[in-house]
Design a protein around this ligand. Sequence first.
Ligand code: SF4
Ligand code: SF4
Length: 251
Amino acid sequence: MEELKEALSAQAQDLGANLFGVADLTADTQWIRENYGDLCASFPRAISVAIFFPREIIQEQAIGPTRSYSYFYSAINRQLDLIGFRLSNMLQQKGFRSYPVPTSDYRQSRLAPGLQEQVASKGPEGLEKISTELMGMFSHRFAASHAGLGWIGKSCHLINPEVGPRLRLTTILTDAPLLPDQPLANRCGSCTRCRDACPVHAIQGVPFSPGDAPSVRFDKETCDHFLEEMASVFGKHTCAKCLAACPWGSK
Ligand code: SF4
Ligand code: SF4
């Protein structure tokens, strides 16, 4: 299995990945089932892959916003999706189950069983529009922190010792029994720079603790509202001041 892990890592690097790690999900199966459903909970491993964001583009956000940030945000996501499906195909060809989690895709928080049959029989006009919370299919940060790529910072971003939060992530869920990597210790310490940099005070400055809801650290609604306002005047949902402020990897 070491050989397969090395081949996957080499393929990811050939396609531009900077970091590669494997998370053992078996201790968190119940939590994953409750938050992301049975399909995600059926995989014992997650491969986590990161591409570094160009540092200068993130640092510009301290006085931004810039269109370069939005442009490379999308470009890096597309490259990560390419890596995700290439690694997933490799695993599948070796006889394993694998699921490349979309890099940036928000979906309804529950499945709609039987919906296709209902639409087919009644027609779309006859059905109420489904209204549920939008969320990612699986947490890339959860996978990355368990795979040893970094720790969850007070900003809720994944913080890597080399580049801080200046990276983007993707995840491939699999049942291949790859050797897992070890998580890193949290190194935020007494730092509160992300909290201090946030223009709308969405970050509370509370250290990550696995038992806490993310809302203890981060007011998502306030951040989202600010990004909507940015989009209305700038055309892009762009801020990232909390990324630029992090001392890890800032130079
Ligand atoms: S993206 Fe901007 S508004 Fe949102 S938490 Fe970071 S600094 Fe605050
Ligand atoms: S700015 Fe400081 S507190 Fe915030 S994530 Fe980075 S190291 Fe942690």
